[in-house]
Design a protein around this ligand. Structure first.
Ligand code: ADP
Ligand code: ADP
Ligand code: ZN
Length: 214
């Protein structure tokens, strides 16, 4: 099963993607997590990506597409995968479609998690992220068991630099200009599923699993 997650920054893509990956036994591939790991490790890619990320801009397609095409060619993707945060532009979607077509494959589901912009800013200021394992929490909606500590791996949680309100506003405008057109792209491809991201995390997950099947 090959799935992509669509939706605004903070819509809850990562939260649902982790749960789907666990339930269906497929890898969760987050380009944001990959870039943040590269920044943490001080790689060349990390240095380049950081310049764009801290401004709320997208990392250029040239730095993103090959990375993902390579990742989905790894042996652990034989049963499928869930892409979270990629594609984010029409050229990225086209690169993915072409790479899959060469192998006679396609995306089965593009899950669009819909949340109005007004809710996003509030959500992001309460988001706390684990840079070690990629889990995210919310100080009110989805609090960790111990304040400031990741349930999954015990690392300290942080407020991401790009989750500050000014940067979130920029990311939302980038989302509307560059990523939202993917909804029509995947609708035309017959893969689009729209879900209500304002629902409670577990209620939404239950809706998604009904769509994906047991
Ligand atoms: P969110 O889902 O909260 O928007 P992500 O962790 O997916 O956050 O992405 C954080 C940042 O990483 C983005 O704002 C962007 O700068 C960069 N990024 C992640 N994925 C991509 C992508 N597919 N193309 C370009 N930039 C990306
Ligand atoms: P994305 O990957 O789309 O950027 P996240 O999964 O990181 O979004 O979620 C953004 C923030 O909203 C996090 O703090 C998360 O705990 C919280 N969150 C996720 N899903 C929901 C939901 N259905 N209702 C309320 N808060 C949520
Ligand atoms: Zn963690």
């Amino acid at each position: 099963m090959k799935i992509i997650m669509l939706g605004a920054p903070g819509a809850g893509k990562g939260t649902q993607a982790k749960k789907i990956a666990e339930k269906y036994g497929i890898p969760h591939i987050s380009t944001g997590d990959i870039f943040r790991a590269n920044i943490k490790n001080g790689t060349e890619l990390g240095r380049k990506a950081k310049e764009f990320m801290k401004q709320g801009l997208l990392v250029p397609d040239e730095l993103t597409c090959d990375l993902v095409v390579d990742r989905i060619s790894q042996p652990d993707t034989s049963k499928g995968y869930i892409l979270d945060g990629f594609p984010r532009t029409i050229p990225q979607a086209e690169a993915l479609t072409d790479a899959l077509l060469e192998r006679g494959e396609k995306i089965d589901y593009a899950i669009d998690v819909e949340v109005p912009d007004e809710n996003i800013i509030r959500r992001m200021s309460g988001r706390r992220a684990c840079l070690a394992c990629g889990n995210t929490y919310h100080v009110e909606n989805n609090a960790p068991k111990v304040e400031g500590i990741c349930d999954a791996c015990g690392e300290k949680l942080t407020l991401r630099e790009d989750d500050k309100p000014e940067t979130v506003k920029k990311r939302l405008s980038v989302y509307h200009a560059q990523t939202q057109p993917l909804i029509d792209y995947y609708r035309a491809a017959g893969a689009l599923v729209e879900v209500d991201g304002t629902l409670d995390i577990e209620v939404l997950f239950n809706d998604i699993t009904k769509i994906l099947g047991a």
